[in-house]
Design a protein around this ligand. Sequence first.
Ligand SMILES: [Fe+2]
Length: 291
Amino acid sequence: MATSVNSAQRETNKCAMGAPYDGRDPDLLDRILPHVDYVEVTLETISEVKDDDIVLSEDVMSELKNIGKAAKIIVHGVSLSIGSHDGWSTSYLRLLDSFLDQIDVAWHSEHLGYTKVDGEHLGIMLAMPKTDEALDMVCERVSAIQQRYGLPFLLENIVHVIPDFPGDYSDAGFLNALVDRTGCRLILDAYNLECDAHNQGFSIPDFLDELKLENVRELHVAGGVEHNGFLLDVHSQLTRDSTVQLARQVVNRAAGNAKVVVYEFMAEAVPGLGYDNIETELARLRATFAS
Ligand SMILES: [Fe+2]
């Protein structure tokens, strides 16, 4: 009996594998496709300026359409700025409208943060204040997105670049309330949690104990660098064992609801990482999370 329970448990803890692709590097796509079930697309990186407007690159869209059944597409935005007090990015939503008109996706997602204040771009993404007022605002926007697209929508924890503004919720409490009120789901970025632990003294065990882990649909793993004592969330390296172990721990506690692990790396990091290392890393991670 114990054996069958354990094997059933193992079965539900299996995760698919994903990797980002920003287009214009068909050799990279050929290398990653055999190792992934999902391709993560960030619309801002596949866009270009045309006639004073920002539009999706037709060349990259053709590449993505050609993926066909080889992998599912998931959209991961960076510029919606869902946490800006004075409104979100309508130009991002136009890109998303255009993308979803052309390509089916499994789900789409954004980061729980803001990149603009009073219409000015910050050049960085900051974590939201965790107040009742901020929660009301984000919940309203999440509901609007869910109604607009009729697709599962996920939000991701981002790093805390600066210490938190005093709020009404803990990090986990804010995410729990967000999910309870909207039915959205979560991306948990294991490397971001490690950055917060290193830089801000954030307690990962306390966070995981409080967070309703069954709401985690997607995990991110990545590797970055330490600079002046800070662990940076620049995705330029292979993953550390600690990051993979943390992600594995979350998957095991997510009651079978964590469906995919995405190994994130920036397009700019590809020459430094090398195709061979990326392929080996994806194969290693796939084996780790598929069992
Ligand atoms: Fe991430």
